[in-house]
Design a protein around this ligand. Structure first.
Ligand code: GRF
Length: 207
């Protein structure tokens, strides 16, 4: 049902597994990604497509797509997958490619989001699950979680607070997708059948 793409630790992947979501396979572009062992220990098939073995992004993305498609997933979930994908790859999975990003998009796309939020003096920070489009860390937002930035926060303490919420919102977003509750209308996502409507798409966490 779901193929999860990772590059490292795999805590978001684990959150999806622990939520009981039907993960068919975990694929990493990094051969020694910690998350691969974690997935294997849970009995989930793993694959490696090492980007270093391919001469171009296009060649890597084609090999990655072949591995993904062998599992015939409904959804491809990026979970700490640290490669920029080609427009062709993104188009192939249009409407069924999701990502989790550690900021309140559209703020702080790209890397080092926690450092940047602190440097900007942000009072709030958070994370976003969104559908992937060709533009990096853009695309229709499914759900966000907000956390406070506290006095004395370091990038590490803030990252840990955000990560706890990542593990809450990603399984929720994936479950909505699998239950056919997500509708993309004019670049925005509506969740069908949620009592709280728009409120369901913003989690406000005290910690
Ligand atoms: C998470 O913060 C995620 O939002 C970002 O990369 C990190 C991956 O962590 N895209 P993990 O591998 O899921 O533990």
């Amino acid at each position: 049902m779901i193929v999860v793409l990772i590059s490292g630790r795999g805590s978001n992947m684990l959150a999806l597994l622990d939520a009981g979501l039907p993960v068919s396979a975990v694929i990493s572009n990094v051969p020694d990604a910690k998350g691969l062992d974690l997935a294997a220990s849970k009995g989930v098939p793993t694959r490696v497509v090492d980007h270093k073995r391919f001469p171009t992004r296009e060649a890597f993305d084609a090999a990655l797509a072949a591995e993904i498609d062998a599992f015939r997933p409904r959804l491809v979930a990026l979970a700490g997958f640290m490669r920029v994908l080609t427009p062709g790859f993104v188009a192939r999975y249009d409407g069924r490619l999701m990502n989790i990003h550690p900021s309140l998009l559209p703020q702080f796309p790209g890397l080092h989001t926690h450092e940047r939020a602190l440097r900007a003096g942000a009072k709030e920070h958070g994370c976003t699950v969104h559908f992937v489009t060709a533009e990096l860390d853009h695309g229709p937002i499914v759900i966000q979680a907000r956390v406070p930035v506290r006095a004395g926060d370091t990038a590490e303490t803030l990252a840990a607070r955000v990560l706890r919420q990542e593990h809450v919102i990603y399984p929720r977003a994936v479950r909505w997708f699998l239950q056919d509750q997500l509708v993309i209308e004019r670049g925005a996502v509506r969740v069908k059948g949620e009592e709280a409507g728009k409120d369901a798409q913003m989690v406000v966490a005290a910690d």
